[in-house]
Design a protein around this ligand. Sequence first.
Ligand code: LLP
Length: 415
Amino acid sequence: MTFHYHDGHLYAEQVPLEQIASDHGTPTFVYSRSSIETAWDCLDDAFSLRPHQICYAVKANSNLAVLDVLARRGAGFDIVSGGELARVLEAGGDPVRVIFSGVGKQVWEIDQALGAGIGCFNVESRSELDKLADRAGALGTTAPISIRVNPDVDPGTHPYISTGLKENKFGVNAEEALALYRLAADHPALSVIGLDCHIGSQISDIQPFEDALLRLLPLVDQLQREQIPLTHLDLGGGLGVTYQNEAVLDPVAYAAMVDKHLGKRALTIMLEPGRSLVADAGILLTRVVTLKENVGRHFAVTDAAMNDLIRPALYQAWQSVLPVRESTPSERARFDVVGPICETGDFLAKDRELSLVESDLLSIGSSGAYGFVMSSNYNSRPRAAEILVDRDQVIVVRERESLSDLWRGESTLPS
Ligand code: LLP
């Protein structure tokens, strides 16, 4: 078990979280290597019935060590910026297995990716296609491309993370995609290799994925008829995890559904999962600084805040809160677990039954995805440390920021 209690103490693999807190302080993100590997293996095995490539969505957790763990498993990477590409290369990722998504690729990012020889650009507009063709032509190379098609399906998830509806900014509709494919097929600096879609994130049900696939396949077949054959079909990420009581999207059922509909089409399946590979592999370790009660409401003020973990504030997301030591002397009460930031929206959890005294440690669950990567220095708070646990080994994979890191690159006025 990755994060589990043993004799009343919460562990990450073989290491007590109390030890990590006392050796490295809090707030700290703690990741489990074996948990990342297990999630990878489950998904990879599920799709083993077809040629496939999983491209981990780097945005979910871009720590070099996390990328390294996945690269060693044979992962490709789905990037959305030049910064993410630089990270992948720094971590030893194979550029050929990199796909570049995103609606606003800049010229420097296109040049960087062409220079690195990435595997595919997921093109989201006519403007991007033209830019890409120009840059590839100027650099004397060919850009491998997919068009991102917006299948106009409702993934039934939080509106901020649903991306496959026609009113969203992502991709192009099937009709426009066909026009772009025809243009690309005739352009000497572009090489059409795939078709891409991504309908949203934290999706618990297979139905929206099936709806999307069924809307894409006629386009695949049309392209085939027009002698624009594809080698891969990229179904995006979005596989949901259990934060509270949501159903986990079953990779085996997902793969079976895809297999059934693809039938005889010889397409490599590409996936861009982020959350499902890393969410449960991480927790945020934090210490209770102050307990207080306002008109009957109990607050546990922790040293972690919305700048460290913004999901509860931004999406009203529910993440578990577990005491690092199972029993404490005081009585149980219902607490809001909040940070010290001067905003009412600064909470990590609301109305949780806990038994707490000051300086207790808490573990905020499922923080491996969209945790540290979305953190900021708001209120001039140094960003948290990140630690990877590998069996009994504790590896600091990002040092806690120091106070002087807070103004790195800034200056006062010249005298
Ligand atoms: N591919 C593309 C093009 C994406 O936009 C995303 C996520 C993914 C793949 C990975 O999706 P995943 O497998 O992780 O669901 N910050 C939000 C999630 C934003 C997701 C954005 N796009 C959250 O904390 O819930």
